[in-house]
Design a protein around this ligand. Structure first.
Ligand code: N2P
Length: 355
C-alpha cells in the first residue's frame, strides 16, 4: 500500500516536471523561430517586394519580414477566405478590393498611422472599388498585353489572334488568371472583358479550349519563362514584360489593337491580420517617396506616389511600357466585380483548365 502511494506521488512530480520542460521548450521555440510579434507576413504578387526593401524595413524597424506570393486575385481570395492565414499585408487588384470589402475580409486603415497617405497622387484615389480609400492604398498600376521576343516572332504581333496562331504552338504562355485570360478571348471576339452574357462567355470558353493545345504553360510569372528562353511570347503584365526586356533586350511589349485590361494593385490589411500596427507602419514606409521610387525601379510598374517620380531614373518617368499612348489607353478596360456571375467565369475557367 505505502509502496503504491509513493509511486503515485512520484508520478505526480514527474508530470509537473514534464509540464515545466514543455513550457521551457515552447518559450525557446517562440524566441528561436523569430519572435512572432515582430514578424510582418506579406502575401503578394511575385516581383512586388524586393529583397532590398524587405531588408531595409527589417533593419529600420527591428523586425522580421516574410514574403509569400500568389499568381492571381482568385488565389489570394481563396486563401484569405479560408480563414486566418497569419498574413498582415496583401495586395489585391482593384476589382478584388471590391469583393474583399463585400466579404468583410479587410481591416479599415487608420490614416493617423499612415501620414504618408498624403503623398499619393489624387489620380489614384477615390476609385470605384473603394471610393473613400477606407481599406486600400494604391501601390502600382499597369496593363496586360503580349511580351514577345522580336528576334523570333515576326511580324510584330498587333492582335490577340497571334496567340491562336499554330505557328507558335508550344512557344508561348498564358497568364494563369481566370479574368485576364478569359479577357483575351473576350477582346478577340469583340466583347467587353466584363461581359455577363452567358453566350459570350460560352464563345470565349470555346476559343480558349481551341487555343489550349498551343499553350506551353499557364503561368502568371511569365517573366521567368521569357528570361529563361522557355517561351518566345507571353500573355503578360506590363512590368513583368519590362523586367524581361531588361534581361533580353529583344523583348517588346504590345497591347493588342482589340484592347486589353488595366489595373491598380493596392495594399490592404486583412481583417485577420495578427500585426495590424506593424502593417500600417509598413504601408507608411512604402509611401515614402525615396522608398517608393526604389520599389518602382524594381517592379517596373507605375508609381501612385507623385513625389517618387523625381527620384526615378529619367527613362522610368515616362517609359512606354508604363505609360502607353493616349490612344492605347482608350482601348483599356478595368476588370470589375461582376457579383454572382463570377461563379460562371470560374466554372468556364475550370473547364478550360480541365481539358
Ligand atoms: C507582378 C504581377 C502584377 C499583377 N508580377 C497584376 N495585377
Amino acid at each position: 500500500m505505502s509502496y503504491l502511494l509513493i509511486d503515485r506521488f512520484s508520478l505526480h512530480e514527474m508530470s509537473k516536471r514534464y509540464i515545466f520542460f514543455g513550457f521551457l521548450l515552447l518559450t525557446f521555440f517562440m524566441n528561436g523561430c523569430g519572435d512572432q510579434k515582430n514578424q510582418l507576413n506579406i502575401f503578394t504578387w511575385s516581383g512586388y517586394v524586393s529583397d532590398e526593401i524587405r531588408a531595409e524595413f527589417e533593419k529600420e524597424f527591428g523586425v522580421n519580414v516574410v514574403v509569400d506570393t500568389y499568381g492571381s486575385n482568385e488565389d489570394l481570395l481563396a486563401k484569405i477566405s479560408a480563414g486566418a492565414t497569419g498574413y498582415d499585408i496583401i495586395m489585391p487588384s482593384d476589382y478584388m478590393v471590391s469583393i474583399m470589402v463585400k466579404e468583410n475580409l479587410l481591416a479599415e486603415l487608420n490614416r493617423d498611422n499612415i501620414p504618408n497617405f498624403q503623398n499619393i497622387s489624387p489620380l489614384f484615389l477615390g476609385k470605384y472599388y473603394d471610393p473613400e480609400n477606407r481599406y486600400s492604398v494604391p501601390y502600382t498600376f499597369g496593363t496586360a498585353g503580349i511580351a514577345y521576343d522580336s528576334s523570333k516572332v515576326s511580324p510584330n504581333p498587333e492582335s490577340w489572334a497571334v496567340l491562336w496562331n499554330e505557328k507558335y504552338k508550344n512557344q508561348f504562355s498564358m497568364l494563369d488568371d481566370q479574368r485576364e485570360t478569359l479577357g483575351t478571348a473576350f477582346k478577340l471576339l469583340g466583347y467587353s472583358i466584363n461581359t455577363t452574357d452567358p453566350e459570350q462567355l460560352r464563345q470565349a470558353k470555346e476559343k480558349l479550349i481551341e487555343q489550349k493545345p498551343f499553350v506551353k504553360q499557364y503561368k502568371s510569372e511569365a517573366e521567368e519563362l521569357l528570361i529563361a528562353g522557355d517561351v518566345i511570347m507571353a500573355h503578360c503584365w506590363s512590368g513583368d514584360a519590362f523586367r524581361a526586356a531588361e534581361e533580353r533586350p529583344s523583348i517588346r511589349y504590345v497591347i493588342p489593337k482589340e484592347g486589353s485590361s488595366q489595373f491598380i494593385d493596392t495594399v490592404c490589411i486583412p481583417k485577420s491580420a495578427p500585426h495590424k500596427d506593424l502593417a500600417e507602419k509598413f504601408i507608411n514606409y512604402l509611401l515614402r517617396p525615396e522608398v517608393n521610387a526604389k520599389i518602382t525601379t524594381f517592379t517596373k510598374y507605375g508609381t501612385c506616389v507623385l513625389a517618387a517620380k523625381e527620384h526615378l531614373p529619367e527613362d522610368l518617368q515616362k517609359h512606354k511600357f508604363i505609360y502607353p499612348p493616349a490612344k492605347v489607353m482608350e482601348s483599356l478596360e478595368w476588370l470589375k466585380d461582376q457579383g454572382e456571375f463570377t461563379q460562371q467565369y470560374s466554372r468556364a475557367w475550370d473547364e478550360i483548365k480541365a481539358k
